[in-house]
Design a binder for this molecule. Sequence first.
Ligand SMILES: Nc1ncnc2c1ncn2[C@@H]1O[C@H](COP(=O)(O)OP(=O)(O)O)[C@@H](O)[C@H]1O
Ligand SMILES: [Mg+2]
Length: 260
Amino acid sequence: MSKNKELVLETKDLEISFGGLQAVKDLNIKIYEKELVGLIGPNGAGKTTVFNLITGVYKATGGSIYLCGESMLNKLTHERVGKGITRTFQNIRLFKNLTVLENVKVACNINMKYSMLTGILRLPKYWKEEKEIEIKALEILKVFGLDTYAEYQACNLPYGKQRKLEIARALASNPKLILLDEPAAGMNPTETQELMDTISIIRDKFNVTILLIEHDMKLVMGICERIYVLNYGQLIASGTPKEVAHNEKVVTAYLGTGEI
Ligand SMILES: Nc1ncnc2c1ncn2[C@@H]1O[C@H](COP(=O)(O)OP(=O)(O)O)[C@@H](O)[C@H]1O
Ligand SMILES: [Mg+2]
């Protein structure tokens, strides 16, 4: 893969066991800047666990994780967010009682520069930054066609739009790397296709690197440049969508699941 591009995410022999179950084993992946990479595999393969390891929700029982060459292993989840790793969840996690705009603004606030005192005293710098945050949040919402819903309560959005809002919120913290966990789960085919197109667009517009989990292989084939395939916690293949789709181990792993 492009040698002159910056390596954004690297895992080396990453592993985790839950009691007797080795959920992820010897995981070696490399993702370069602005790549859109898929992580696929049948249900229970360990995909979400990989995200939990990268974000620090789970502590690895072995191996290492680097973001732009810096070790993340001993960093807490919020420290990793600060370094530029953000994610969405397989099950939607929004602030349901906040508005659509507020949901994105909260995430923008992670990067605010004014001091707590400036915030408490509502000094001019506070209002200036708050205004900038609002402009940025609305800009992000626009990319997702959600700007017209800015004042809706998040819980009142249709399901497909809530899923988009989750990604919008993830973008708001200026991430280097976004991890999307089955972003199209529960969407109808039209919504799914539209979402996949949007994911390609945001990669270009926001200069981010994206790792996308999906268990439906066909879905990621169209937009990912490279794909890693996980089965029983281990990588069984990696390469272009075409290479992966013709890989015997991959076909066998998906056989009988009806998911290919
Ligand atoms: N906190 C946990 N405790 C015990 N087992 C877990 C835990 N998290 C995940 N697992 C197990 O790890 C395996 C992989 O799960 P997961 O990463 O959710 O799969 P996927 O996202 O590919 O469907 C499953 O067997 C699951 O039951
Ligand atoms: Mg999962």
